[in-house]
Ligand binder design. Structure first.
Ligand code: ATP
Length: 257
């Protein structure tokens, strides 16, 4: 189980950032007293507009950022104190591709498998499974720089999943993906859930949240505006689809602010 308790993250703004954001404020509260729990075996979605604080929340969860205050635990392990153990359980995925262009998918997969302390035969079996699933097999010996954007993204996803993580944290799973690749990724996440894995995703795409997630948290300006199943969110707002429900929560929260 993932437990986020009163998470707050404040960024210090550099002079350059102040200029970019057109503000005199020296800091930005990206996440504001956020609490939620994600149960084992569910697909949980963080839904919000650009800048709502979704990525920041996921990066704190993935041990990549230190919360300003509050705590996050994964199966009883604190993400700050027990970060090594937490990292062994999770995979943090994003569609920002950061792979050395001169290496091949085959090499990268094996390299990250070894880095995760896996033995060779396990890495090879996992490679076969994931490369086949994502259609990478025929491209595994090409250099990353020669691959199409979609193929690079699939390789980056496969490499991140090398250690068969119990928990998949995915920032904007279909952002920038073509429709076929996007479908393959969403189907993979559903398959992982069927196998008892926990998936937490961020998205601003209503249809994706609606189709994929068991429960959804609506984040507005870093704060939790609502949380529940699609049916619960619709019932609370007397609407019949997620987009209308979202607008209703948005209206209520912006008015109350
Ligand atoms: N490193 C940083 N330094 C300063 N401010 C930041 C930093 N990273 C994010 N922010 C700001 O914090 C707020 C939340 O950003 P975050 O990326 O978490 O939102 P998001 O919901 O993931 O949005 P998006 O969909 O645009 O990625 C935004 O106002 C953003 O500009």
């Amino acid at each position: 189980m993932i437990e986020i308790k009163n998470l707050t993250k404040i960024y210090k703004l550099s002079k350059k950032q102040q200029k970019e954001h057109k503000t005199k404020d020296t800091q930005k509260k990206a996440v504001d007293d956020l609490s939620l729990t994600v149960d084992r075996g569910e697909i949980f979605g963080l839904l919000g507009t650009n800048g709502a604080g979704k990525t920041t929340t996921l990066r704190c969860l993935a041990t990549l950022l230190k919360p300003t205050s509050g705590s996050i635990s994964i199966d009883g392990l604190d993400v700050c104190r027990d970060s090594e153990k937490v990292r062994a359980k999770i995979s943090f995925l994003t569609n920002e591709i950061k792979m050395d262009p001169y290496f091949t998918p085959d090499y990268l997969f094996s390299f990250f498998g070894r880095l995760r302390g896996m033995d060779n035969s396990l890495v090879e079996a996992r490679k076969k499974e994931l490369f086949e699933y994502f259609g990478i097999t025929d491209f595994k010996n090409k250099k990353v720089e020669e691959l199409s954007t979609g193929m690079k993204q699939k390789v980056s996803i496969a490499v991140s999943l090398v250690h068969d993580p119990e928990i998949i944290i995915f920032d904007e799973p279909t952002n920038g993906l073509d429709i076929i690749t996007a479908r393959a990724v969403l189907d993979y996440l559903r398959m992982e859930k069927e196998q008892g894995k926990t998936v937490i995703v961020s998205t601003h795409v209503m249809s994706e949240a609606q189709k994929l997630c068991d429960r959804i948290a609506i984040i507005i300006d870093g704060r939790l505006a609502a949380m529940g199943t699609l049916e619960e969110l619709e019932a609370q707002t007397q609407t019949s689809d997620l987009e209308d429900a979202f607008f209703e929560f948005y209206r209520q929260n912006v008015k109350e602010a």
